[in-house]
Design a protein around this ligand. Structure first.
Ligand code: SAM
Length: 172
């Protein structure tokens, strides 16, 4: 099972930071890549590739102009994270057991109503409004069963050495 994250409706000025964090969470928590729609943002793409170059792994970010045809053409399961969906704890086993590649869709300020119909599963992470970053983190952790915490990032140039106190980074 491979996981791709789809970030709907990116806006350069308002979402730069939050979309970059969606990319970084996707990478750190085991997604293969991220695709985004809305405004094409080369600056965001470059800042994520710099992280990949320095910290390793094969994560990539790609732009898709037509979100609808991309979602419709997905070969696998489409999971849309939304506060209005079915609680993640009730759906995660079914999604995981399918063994199919998963497209995890997160929204921005406004999610087109059609997205709810295109999704195989509309899934909530609590019934409280919060953020795409938090929802994505919890969803990926549940989907990976915690295995993403041990993920390795081959080809790294920088790596943190965990310490009780202070900071240690090794550089190649
Ligand atoms: C700040 S919210 C805005 C949602 C927007 N008002 C709409 O039209 O649905 C941005 C994104 O965070 C995610 N999100 C926020 N709260 C969530 C929750 N409780 N469960 C799952 N996803 C959530 C969803 O992907 C949502 O599209």
């Amino acid at each position: 099972m491979k996981v791709t994250v789809f970030r709907l409706g990116h806006r350069i000025s308002r979402d730069k930071r939050i979309s970059t964090h969606v990319c970084l969470v996707s990478r750190a928590f085991g997604a293969k890549d991220l695709v985004y729609s809305g405004a094409k943002d080369s600056g965001m793409e470059e800042s994520v590739s710099k992280v990949v170059e320095q910290w390793g792994g094969k994560f990539s970010v790609n732009y898709e102009k037509n979100w609808r045809s991309f979602v419709k053409g997905w070969k696998g399961i489409v999971v849309h994270l939304t506060v209005y969906g079915i609680p993640v704890q009730e759906k995660i086993k079914k999604i995981e057991k399918s063994g199919k590649d998963v497209l995890v869709v997160v929204g921005g300020e406004k999610v087109p109503p059609e997205m709810y119909d295109l999704a195989d599963y509309n899934v909530s992470v609590t019934g409280q409004p919060h953020s795409e970053i938090a929802a994505l983190s919890i969803f990926l952790d549940r989907l990976m069963g915690g295995g993403e915490l041990m993920k390795r990032f081959p080809g790294w140039k920088r790596k943190v050495i965990p310490r009780e106190k202070g900071k240690k980074i090794v550089e190649k």
